[in-house]
Design a protein around this ligand. Structure first.
Ligand code: URA
Ligand code: SF4
Length: 190
């Protein structure tokens, strides 16, 4: 289905019962940010705080993400759009299953068609493997820009993984700096 209006898309998505995750969610976590942003970030799926508040990346991992964005002059309040591969929290924060991801991707595709970003940043393995390539390895390929159609994709560490493994934080920061360099290089008007 082709959506031309964010509000229509959002209201249909927030009523979605296409996969089993609808049974245990509190809120559908649709997405947040500027609806015509040049930069879009995609995570894996809501955690506990996101499920309770209905907004992506609002827990500890989200605070870290907001910090990295701030360093390069980006923010969910002004110039980026943030969404997830699956919109409902998987129980106990397990990885979303392949069929759940596939069913939910229709919503993300519709969002992407409306936002029309120049660059999509995949936060973590699940998003990078779904959007860039099924064998994407974050440790080896983080920070690389890959052209697909008229968009650039880049995969980086998931902020929750950085909280568990802070040794990767400098690499993550340089990925965000590479994002800023790319924005400047391409003269993207954010
Ligand atoms: N982790 C994600 O992948 N997405 C969120 O929205 C929050 C945590
Ligand atoms: Fe629908 Fe996605 Fe939620 Fe599944 S995870 S019920 S497909 S919105």
């Amino acid at each position: 289905m082709k959506y031309e209006d964010f509000e229509v898309l959002k209201s249909e998505c927030t009523a979605c019962t296409k996969c089993g995750l609808c049974q245990t969610r509190t809120n559908v976590v649709f997405g947040v940010g500027k609806e015509d942003a040049r930069i879009m970030l995609v995570g894996e799926g809501p955690g506990e705080n996101e499920d309770l508040q209905g907004e992506p990346f609002v827990g500890k991992a989200g605070q870290l993400l907001d910090k990295y964005l701030q360093v390069i002059g980006l923010s969910r309040h002004t110039n980026v759009y943030i969404a997830n591969i699956v919109k409902c929290r998987p129980p106990q924060n397990r990885d979303p299953k392949e069929d759940e991801q596939e069913l939910c991707m229709d919503w993300l595709r519709a969002q992407t068609r409306l936002v029309k970003p120049d660059i999509i940043v995949c936060l973590g393995r699940i998003a990078a493997q779904k959007l860039i390539s099924p064998d994407f390895k974050v440790t080896r390929q983080h920070g690389e820009f890959i052209k697909k159609g008229n968009m650039l994709f880049m995969g980086t560490f998931h902020p929750a993984a950085l909280l568990r493994n802070p040794l990767n934080k400098p690499d993550a920061l340089s990925d965000f700096q590479a994002l800023r360099d790319k924005i400047n290089e391409l003269n993207i008007n954010i």
